[in-house]
Design a protein around this ligand. Structure first.
Ligand SMILES: [Zn+2]
Length: 469
């Protein structure tokens, strides 16, 4: 973490950034007094609901966002991207045999298919459970894995999240979902169940995508509620446990979809853009208010706030509503392809995809020398408790990551993420989880940051790329 004090005091902070602190304060206050972005979120979450790539909801969302951005006078473009089209089907599970089972008793499991799962036979499949708590354990039991339903039971570490490390907590527990099914498929497993990746359990299953190897075997796979993963683990510790699983999702042909791009055209360097973005697609269980309705509509709100103040910074502020972050990142890839031969035009990229807590400041994946330029922004945001400037290396958001991998400075709001993974990718990701006040604060952080980056006389230096992620 870098204190926002200037190491080099030769130039006043306002000169280093080019942004007038009084204007930044106006932007902050306009954002804190606008509910435009929250209304756009209500439109997305309550009028459309789930927006998984390829679904009618995703297409309705493209049209809705494009219309909203046109209505405030930005220059709107739809950028085509072919996206996967996976649809959920029936999903049921039961524990059908277990130690100490009374006659006639089976136990119902609460589960939901993972994105990319294939179907079981229509009548389901029955196999013995192999519970593992790590990939090493899976390897050690490779022989038993063949023909079995592998159950990964790796808990999400809420203690990490409670101490500001929700990202690493998600990454650690998430491996079972990202890579578990492919690893078990290599060993000849019949199906895979993973423990839901998230906190605050409430017996809610958390979906999400799993990653298959190119040309590798695919399996039926689902996320169990944490409670049911623990139940299977307790029973399996006493002897053989047999599960019955029915999943009928379908992988349909790819569908043409779009990123929505809306430019607030810059006054001096219109061809140079500062991206401010979130993703428009969502999982299908909830209404995607947190992930990432809040992020995408907060980004839209930046343009509305700047328009309302009639501010046109030096560079263009480019709002992007990304398509297909959740299960393919095809929108992100299509955008990168479209700018890869003119990367000098991509001055900076902001993404907001860490929902729903209060913003505390700014995370910057930028060079250490760049941080001084952000000091006036931090100073202005301190008044709303969002004055922290945190510099760190690496990805700040999945959609802007290809740009970051080529040296474009990346930014995100720094967010209290203790409870982000409570409802992440569940049926409970709904509008009531988003406080209008959090939305206003998020727009304020994004708008002050975007204006600062777009108004700077000189673009920020490129970030040396160390390791491919
Ligand atoms: Zn997201």
């Amino acid at each position: 973490m870098l204190a926002p004090a200037l190491a080099n005091a030769d130039a006043p902070a306002s000169n280093a950034s080019g942004a007038d602190p009084a204007v930044l304060a106006q932007i902050r206050d306009a954002a804190m007094n606008s509910d435009w972005a929250y209304q756009r979120l209500a439109d997305l979450a309550d009028k459309i609901g789930p927006r998984l790539s390829g679904s009618p909801g995703a297409e309705a969302a493209v049209a809705q966002v494009a219309a909203a951005m046109s209505s405030i006078g930005t220059r709107v473009m739809l950028q085509p991207a072919k996206v996967p089209h996976w649809v959920r089907g029936i999903e049921t599970g039961e524990i059908v045999r277990y130690p100490g089972q009374p006659a006639g008793i089976t136990q119902k499991l609460v589960l939901t298919a993972l994105g990319g799962s294939i179907a079981t036979p229509a009548k389901g499949l029955t196999a013995q459970a192999l519970v593992v708590h790590s990939f090493d354990q899976l390897k050690a039991h490779a022989v038993e894995a063949k023909g079995s339903i592998v159950v990964f039971d790796i808990p999400y570490d809420q203690n990490l999240a409670d101490n500001g490390q929700a990202g690493p907590a998600y990454g650690e527990a998430g491996e079972q979902r990202f890579r578990g099914p492919a690893a078990a498929a290599k060993l000849g497993a019949a199906a895979v169940l993973v423990r839901s990746v998230g906190g605050a359990n409430y017996r809610l299953p958390h979906t999400g995508v799993t990653q298959w190897d190119d040309g590798g075997t695919k399996l039926p796979c689902a996320a169990l509620s944490a409670e049911d993963a623990m139940l299977i683990d307790r029973l399996a510790a006493q002897g053989a446990v047999t599960l019955h699983l029915t999943l009928t999702p379908q992988i349909l042909p790819d569908v043409e979809s779009h990123n929505v791009i809306a430019d607030l055209v810059g006054r001096e360097k219109p061809d140079e853009v500062v991206i401010v973005s979130g993703h428009l697609d969502s999982w299908d269980l909830g209404t995607g208010a947190m992930d990432d309705g809040l992020g995408v509509t907060a980004a839209m709100g930046v343009a509305q706030v700047l328009q309302s103040l009639n501010l046109h910074p030096r560079r263009s502020v480019r709002v992007i509503a990304w398509m297909n972050e959740e299960n393919g990142s095809r929108g992100s890839k299509a955008y990168f392809e479209s700018v890869k031969d003119s990367l000098g035009t991509q001055a900076a990229a902001i993404e907001s995809d860490f929902g729903v807590g209060r913003p505390l400041g700014i995370t910057a994946s930028a060079t250490p020398e760049s941080m001084a330029m952000l000091a006036p922004a931090a100073e202005v945001l301190r008044a709303i408790g969002a004055g922290v400037l945190e510099r760190r290396d690496g990805e700040v958001g999945a959609d802007v990551n290809p740009l970051q991998q080529h040296g474009v400075p990346g930014f995100a709001p720094l967010i209290d993420s203790r409870h982000y993974f409570d409802y992440h990718h569940t049926a409970a990701d709904t509008l009531d989880k988003v406080e209008p006040d959090v939305m206003r604060r998020t727009v304020a952080v994004l708008a002050v940051l975007a204006y600062t980056l777009a108004e700077a006389p000189d673009a920020l230096p490129r970030v040396p790329v160390t390791a491919e992620k």
